[in-house]
Design a protein around this ligand. Structure first.
Ligand SMILES: Cc1cc2nc3c(=O)[nH]c(=O)nc-3n(C[C@H](O)[C@H](O)[C@H](O)COP(=O)(O)OP(=O)(O)OC[C@H]3O[C@@H](n4cnc5c(N)ncnc54)[C@H](O)[C@@H]3O)c2cc1C
Ligand code: FES
Length: 389
């Protein structure tokens, strides 16, 4: 811009004086060019290089992997967030989200606790193969299953099942470490005493912190067990927490547990806006979701033609993302629960099933976009995977 035109702009002289003063004082802000992007990349990196520094066996089916940065520092996170761990197993490039179980107060590592899923690809691989010293790549921390100080109040009821304890462990540890003004009751359901993850740590925290109450619930206890047993009913929730209506209830665990507990909460008039849920991946049996067509079985298969790629055979009960990965493709993905939008795929021909509640923009819906991590073929398809992994 010509100097005579610039001189007529409002505020130009002030800016010029400020820049000259900064230069005299040795503060040339032009050197800060690009600094914002650099800081953002440090706070929200797309990829992290991690190394396993320690492995701890929690239960017969669960281990905690302590992950440290290969170099540099780990970005901060909010208790309740996850990272998505990338692996390649027998030529299949895939990832799995895992909640960070350590608290944000521990900035040097992320603890990732993995529970074995029978028949599951990645949990079995990690539990059987990962050794101290191994390196892995993950996403940066993400997810919105976090405490909101403006909206959630200070009476919190955490309802966890199995590996669904992990985001709560981070939140509980943070509350205890920082002495935060929150009343937390954790109701933690498991099939047997052997399945309870972090039992000793939770018991110790409850003994040391009067604002944290820990209630393990065992569905099928062994002889002599004296604690709570059976399912996590509304009656039990009310008995151990008092009035539920003023509390913020967080749920995390298998979808069967979620469906049951949600019904119990609704029967006690707990408002939908006072219930928060972490999705722990796609439904195990999608045909049990409301709206699944009765005439299609999960084992039926369809041909999916990928624009610019192969035609693959897709099982109706398997998410399209998994089918693509099994075919050697690696579309971008992160949450594998329909929430982050990274796996957005366009269906050009054919019908897919998407469970109710998957967030999708109206414009995406109109143009045939789906989140392929929670989309299931109901007939032969033609799809366009726009982003490359
Ligand atoms: C935000 C978030 C946080 C999470 N945090 C944790 C955590 O802290 N700890 C933890 O342990 N897990 C966590 N999970 C779950 C985790 O990401 C995985 O879903 C879980 O470990 C299972 O992965 P997998 O690869 O072993 O099983 P998958 O291979 O994905 O299989 C899952 C199920 O599908 C069945 N299945 C697999 N392939 C097929 C097929 N072709 N046909 C039919 N059925 C099939 C399996 O038998 C199994 O029952 C989290 C999930 C989310 C979304
Ligand atoms: S991977 Fe996040 S929406 Fe599909």
């Amino acid at each position: 811009m010509k100097p005579e035109i610039a001189a007529q702009l409002e505020g130009y002289q002030d800016m010029l004086q400020l820049a000259q003063a900064a230069e005299i004082l040795g503060e040339d802000f032009r050197t800060e060019k690009g600094a914002v992007a650099t800081y953002l990349e440090r706070l929200h990196p797309a990829r992290l290089s991690l190394r396993v520094s320690r492995i701890r066996t929690e239960t017969p089916s669960t281990k905690t992997f302590r992950m440290v940065p290969v170099d540099g520092v780990l970005p901060p996170f909010q208790a309740g967030q996850y990272v998505s761990l990338h692996v390649e197993i027998d030529g299949i490039r895939t990832n799995r989200p895992l909640s960070i179980a350590s608290p944000p107060t521990q900035s040097g590592y992320y603890d990732l606790t993995v529970k074995r899923v029978p028949g599951g690809l990645v949990s079995n691989y990690l539990l059987d193969n990962l050794q101290a010293g191994d390196r892995l790549v993950s996403s940066g921390p993400d997810g919105c299953f976090v405490y909101n100080p403006l909206l959630h109040g200070n009476r919190l009821v955490f309802i966890a099942g199995g590996s669904g304890i992990t985001p709560f462990m981070s939140m509980i540890r943070e509350t205890c470490d920082r002495g935060l003004d929150r009343q937390i009751t954790l109701i933690y359901g498991n099939r047997s005493e052997d399945d309870v993850i972090y039992h000793a740590a939770l018991t110790g925290l409850a003994e040391a912190h009067p604002n944290f109450t820990y209630v393990p619930v065992i569905e099928k206890p062994g002889p002599g067990y004296t604690g709570e047993t059976g399912f996590m009913t509304g009656e039990l929730m009310e008995r151990v927490t008092g009035d539920l209506s003023g509390a913020m209830v967080y749920l995390c665990g298998p979808s069967a547990m979620y469906d049951f507990c949600l019904g119990e909460l609704q029967a006690r008039q707990v408002l939908a806006r006072r219930i928060r849920r972490e999705m722990f991946g796609p439904p195990v049996h999608v045909s049990q979701c409301p709206g699944w067509p009765a005439d299609i079985s999960e084992d039926q298969s369809f041909a999916v033609s990928i624009v610019g790629g192969p035609v693959v055979t897709a099982r109706a009960g398997t998410p399209l993302l998994t089918t693509f990965e099994q075919a050697g493709l690696a579309p971008p993905s992160q949450c594998r629960s329909g929430e982050c939008s990274l796996c957005r795929t366009r269906v050009l021909k054919g019908r897919v099933f998407q469970p109710a509640g998957v967030p999708l923009r109206q414009s995406d819906r109109e143009q045939g976009y789906v989140h392929c991590c929670v989309s299931y073929p109901l007939e032969d398809l033609e799809v366009l995977i726009e982003a490359k992994g």
